[in-house]
Write a protein that binds this ligand. Sequence first.
Ligand code: SF4
Ligand code: SF4
Length: 447
Amino acid sequence: MAYTFRGGFHVTEHKHTSRCQIEKMPPPAKVSIPLSQHIGAHCKPLVQVGDHVYRGQIIGDVEGGLGCPVHASVSGTVVALESRNNAAAQPIVNVVIENDGEMALDPLIVPHEKKLSETSAEEIIEIVRRAGISGMGGAAFPTYAKIQSALGKVERLIVNCAECEPYITANHRLLLENPAAVLNGTKILLKAFGLRSADIAIEDNKLDAINKLEVLVADSTLFRVRVMKTKYPQGDERQLIYALTGKELPMGKLPADVGCVVFNAETCAAIFAAFAYGMPLIERLVTVDGDCVVTPKNLTVPIGTSCLDVINACGGLRRPLHKVIFGGPMMGAAQWDIETPVIKGTSAILCFSAKMDAHLSRTETCLHCGRCVKNCPMHLMPNYLALYAKANRLEEAEEFGVLSCVECGTCSYNCPGQMQIVQYIRVAKGAIKAEAARRAAAQKEGE
Ligand code: SF4
Ligand code: SF4
């Protein structure tokens, strides 16, 4: 029987691109690489306008603290260091590079010279940090820091191949076309944690990939393919851990606190590329889909490529564009600028026309059906959270556990009253956190 969790629901999959082989996108004429793509500090630029850069060269790094470097994804000339607003309207410095068409690789990029068996956990952490790898499932937490903080604490390594968001199929294709990269990256993580085996968790709507993996790992004791029930949000690490181990992750705790650590499949492949070839994270797999796209595809895209260039690589738009989402429709972020660059956390670009936007005909009325309560994977009462958040009654929202919401969007998706529950929750969480930060700053000043 497939593993699963309590709550959640089966979302219409829309996995139209599951048979689209991964294609390499032609490198764009220009890339715009944000110096903040991960959780943690912004990078400081290490290049100036007029500099020549190689593909894979470090162009920005943090000055201590949490964070990892960013690299040039094409070779060419730095033509601007300019501030651009990201999806959350925060100004971020971007390094703009004009592609010289050479794709000349940084000569400093060389494979790690030791065998895996002779490589220490600290060396693996440094390789991962230097390669600028951050979680590619969406959270964008620096991967080296995740490994570092979990060392000596975990007994279960889980590779997250659930890909439960509608539309997105890039990880599915990766598992079909290059499963060895995912498995080899997992071996590197097993070595770092000193563990003997890993769970490869994959939803049962990817039978071809499950069969492929089962054949590949048949004689190995290093991997256990775990078939998960197709249910949203199975890819949320709390749900994955519960489904596989029965352990609930208390709010504010990390998976390592319950002996687990979870890595996305593409992150594992990036770790392997860093170890085997010295290759930093300069491109990623992106599913491009939505009713506006002429030819939906799975593409390998250089980091910093504009959304518009990616859409054009898929034949352009077939009808007027109403909304572009980076990531899945449940948890992704709507973009306000068609030139927004692809970053390390961009798993999909979804382009929708107005007819796909339920928001335009929303009634916003709670019918007290209880569906949101039944389906919430965090066992919250989303109807009350929305009510309190809408009325700016933040203390009550907090009492009802608003900060435990993982923003999966299940409640909004299922609401027959078309309440924008998760949007109200996001606003309330932001206001509560801002108030807590303000109080902490005031207290510090008073000390
Ligand atoms: S699902 Fe919507 S209508 Fe039903 S109780 Fe929740 S908020 Fe109200
Ligand atoms: S309240 Fe939060 S965790 Fe619960 S279903 Fe809604 S978005 Fe998901």
